[in-house]
Design a protein around this ligand. Sequence first.
Ligand code: SF4
Length: 300
Amino acid sequence: MARQLDPTTRDALIERVRFYRDLGLTEFYRRPVDPALVAAEAMQGEQEGQLPAEPPAAGEPDLASEPRENAKRPALFADIQPANSFQEPPIPARKTFPAPPEIAAAIPPAERQAALRVIREEMGDCTRCELHKGRHELVFGDGDAAARLMFVGEGPGADEDAQGLPFVGRAGQLLNNMITAMGLKREEVYIANVVKCRPPGNRTPAPEEANTCSPFLFRQIDAVRPEVLVALGATAATYLLGARQPLAGLRGRVHSFRGSRLIVTYHPAYLLRDPRQKKEAWADLQIAMRELGLKAPGRS
Ligand code: SF4
């Protein structure tokens, strides 16, 4: 049976995993628990509870001074292998990404809003993956259907789930500031996520969920046909590029994706946790600006 973590440890663990995820370390393997170690731990706990508080009376065995490894093992554990004979099973091979849909023909700018509406209507009250069970609002996307610049995030959080719009919480505020620093308004860009429904507890979308939902994102990208796409964080970069790589290896250069130029940078939520990386994110956004021929406001 799975061991329950106390809430403080669990929250600290979630925060740490999020931090690694933002760095692009997205795959974690949980070692199967060695039953011999669990048994030894349980036995140690039992013995600690039973050790006499006072020195033993004359003639009684001194259990406290007896080395643990010499303590008699209960019959219950007699058939459990010693710890050093435990064999870890091999780590399973990574799942391959499904092939993305073919790139659709470019749509005239005036028809892009209608094309996005068609995609939204096709999604309907989507139940294609497990994420529909916990959502309040499906968060399709927001912004100018004919935008030159499009941002792609991971998935909605609590604020987005409540309002049905992407990037409206604290991370959204920071994204707005980033857009303003680029000399643009939020209404001039298009914003969407890999998954349109909030993963419970803001966890990373499971591959099945992301792979089920991302074809709609690809179609949104085809409809908007931005000159430049900015992937916000490792999950967006992974599902756009179809490969898991650390963020460090993807940042700082221009990728090609479905007819657009793609820049990879940190997710604003990560920048809220580690503001020291804002300088790096700004360097990434400057690559996007260069590709778009933009100059930061106040600079000639
Ligand atoms: S995450 Fe995407 S595929 Fe899953 S239920 Fe929501 S809209 Fe449908």
